[in-house]
Design a protein around this ligand. Structure first.
Ligand code: FMN
Length: 364
């Protein structure tokens, strides 16, 4: 069945993030859908990201005066209207003809921070100059440091406000649903910010593809030192799950830690991001901002993440489903929906500001 056209109004039965999934499915090719929706291997982590949020109960606090409440936060010298950020998602022209530009327009309408992927299908300059959207740049460190440095400098020149270095995907995960669908990038969809791809060294007889070909060029802590020395922007490490790694990153001077399992896309049976957040927040102990992503689907999930120590959250698949369904309008509508849900939870938890949200507002 060929994909249905993008909508220009929001159907009345889309009232929550998850309602976008059905509409998005009908508007994407099988390959694009499997690329977006699947997780690594048996998708245990993918499911766990969602279930872990559902297993946490709110407490609910009544009769508090929440007058003057708001969802604003101040971060790295800028004020953001709310703590729901758009996680970096590669190849957005797979999901909408205007790709990252459509997304940036939806984000700008709602004053939402968007993190642009290294694997963007639109030049990072075009995204920066299009809609005045607050932007951070996500960096996949490249084999050649000169290529990484050029990306960092371009992002700095264009006014990106932070650098998000993703450290949990040195290899593409094995996503079986994507493999079964025979996923490949269609013509016209490519990572335009990068120089043409040069294949990894071929493996000889008796050699390992992973250890002899792919991993020798994967980033290490020494590369993070290098980024911290070179970058003029605050650096966030995305994809941290172990408290030991969070501590090391803080000692090196990162500005932020992204607690994430890459939406369950790389290594299956990792814990849910929200499950490890309390341990990470304990070791970080205020030394860096903390961002959580993976399974955020409700305003109450945002509240729970903040209560357990996150500064803000990021969403991935939901906004891409909204983009595929109704372009910028869908993205803006989804964000507004999540923000309203968050405001309601805040109001009925007696927390008029994000700073007031704490573990005491959960029933642990
Ligand atoms: C289709 C897709 C592409 C992604 N591409 C990137 C990427 O280029 N860089 C990155 O750091 N994370 C990438 N991610 C991971 C997201 O930034 C984020 O960690 C994840 O989607 C959060 O989980 P959620 O989808 O449950 O919200 C991608 C995720 C998806 C679903």
């Amino acid at each position: 069945m060929s994909p249905k056209p993008v909508l220009h109004t929001i159907p009345p039965d889309i009232v929550a993030a998850k309602d976008y999934a059905v509409y998005a499915r009908e508007r994407l090719t099988d390959m694009a859908w499997e690329y977006l929706d699947s997780g690594a291997a048996d998708e245990v982590t993918l499911r766990r990201n969602i279930e872990a949020f559902q297993s946490i109960s709110l407490k609910g606090r009544m009769l508090e005066d929440v007058g003057g409440g708001h969802t604003r936060l101040s971060l790295f010298g800028h004020v953001y209207e709310h703590p729901v950020f758009l996680a970096p998602v590669a190849y957005q022209k797979l999901f909408h003809a205007e790709g990252e530009l459509a997304c940036a327009l939806g984000a700008s309408v709602t004053q939402t921070l968007m993190v642009l992927s290294t694997l963007s299908t639109t030049p990072l300059e075009d995204v920066a100059r299009a809609h005045g959207t607050p932007l951070w740049f996500q960096l996949y460190l490249q084999r050649d440091r000169a290529v990484s440095l050029e990306l960092i400098r371009r992002a700095e020149r264009e006014g990106y406000r932070a650098l998000v270095v993703t450290v949990d995907a040195p290899l593409a995960g094995i996503r079986n649903r994507e493999q079964r669908a025979g996923f490949r990038l269609p013509d016209g969809v490519s990572p335009v910010n990068l120089p043409p791809f040069t294949p990894h060294a071929p493996v000889g007889a008796g050699q390992s593809l992973v250890f002899d070909s792919l991993m020798p060029s994967a980033p290490t802590w020494a590369d993070i030192e290098w980024v911290l020395a070179e970058a003029r922007l605050p650096v966030v490490l995305k994809g941290i799950l172990a408290p030991e790694d969070a501590d090391r990153a803080c000692r090196m001077g990162v500005a932020g830690i992204g607690v994430s399992n890459h939406g369950g896309r790389v290594l299956d049976t990792l814990p849910a991001a929200i499950e490890v957040l309390p341990e990470i927040s304990e070791v970080v102990n205020g030394r860096a901002a903390i961002f959580l992503d993976g399974g955020v689907r409700r305003g109450s999930d945002v509240f729970k993440a903040l209560a357990l120590g996150a500064t803000a959250v990021m969403i991935g698949r939901p906004y891409i489903q909204a983009l595929a369904t109704a372009g910028p309008l869908g993205v803006a509508h989804l964000i507004r929906t999540l923000r309203e849900e968050l405001e309601i939870v805040m109001a009925v938890s007696g927390t008029p500001t994000l700073a007031r949200i704490s573990r005491a507002h959960l029933r642990l």
